[in-house]
Design a protein around this ligand. Sequence first.
Ligand SMILES: [Zn+2]
Ligand SMILES: [Zn+2]
Length: 250
Amino acid sequence: MEGRPRDGRSAPRGLRARDGHDDSRPRRDEYLEALGAGMELIQHATGPLATNVYLLGDPGTREALAIDTAIPSAAWIAERLAQRDWTLKLIVSTHRHWDHTGDNAAVQAATGADIACHPLDRDGLEHPQPLFAPFPIPPSVPAVDLAEGGVIRFGSILLQVLHTPGHTEGSVCLVAPDDGMLFSGDTLFAGGWGRVDLPGGSADAMVTSLSRLALLDDPLRVLPGHGRPTSIGRERPLLELIVRDGRLPA
Ligand SMILES: [Zn+2]
Ligand SMILES: [Zn+2]
């Protein structure tokens, strides 16, 4: 959740504050990519904060995984699954904010998929505190813990869990090493990072988390919770500045 009304802090260097609308070109609210091993990634930006919802599918096994179910995304997810005859195996919440979890219960009811989040953000799913949310946020009950070093595997989908607190206590990033992708939630954006001034936020924890991301390889593509994709290489100047100073830029 980002609330009021912006999600991320922008970096210095004259970059405009990112809010998902910082691009002068028309926004695409959906894109589809073919990945290695036949895997497919579908993205959809939705809801009042233009949250990026991701569907990852393996056409071989017809298994799929959803990342961050912003309201409204349940109908979009159901439609994309039906078009491809995919079975949703898991709903992953990168963190507990309402703009990433609002349709968890609806998607679970429609698909039977389990919900996964970090244990430190579990209570936020079970007892949503929809700060600034323009609609009610139904509770959802995670069945799967995403802990540091954990692995999610379905068919040829492989995701490794990095615990990256700072935006919330239980924020995670997911690395897909075979596909060279990082799902960064609200931890890292194109040209910025997630707010640390909301409940559970911590600038110190964010510095540590971003410093970890600085250890990743430049070609790794970054698929954030809001806004356009980027890469570790493109964010490296910002990440290295944070590593060097040991604090977030003012
Ligand atoms: Zn968000
Ligand atoms: Zn958030």
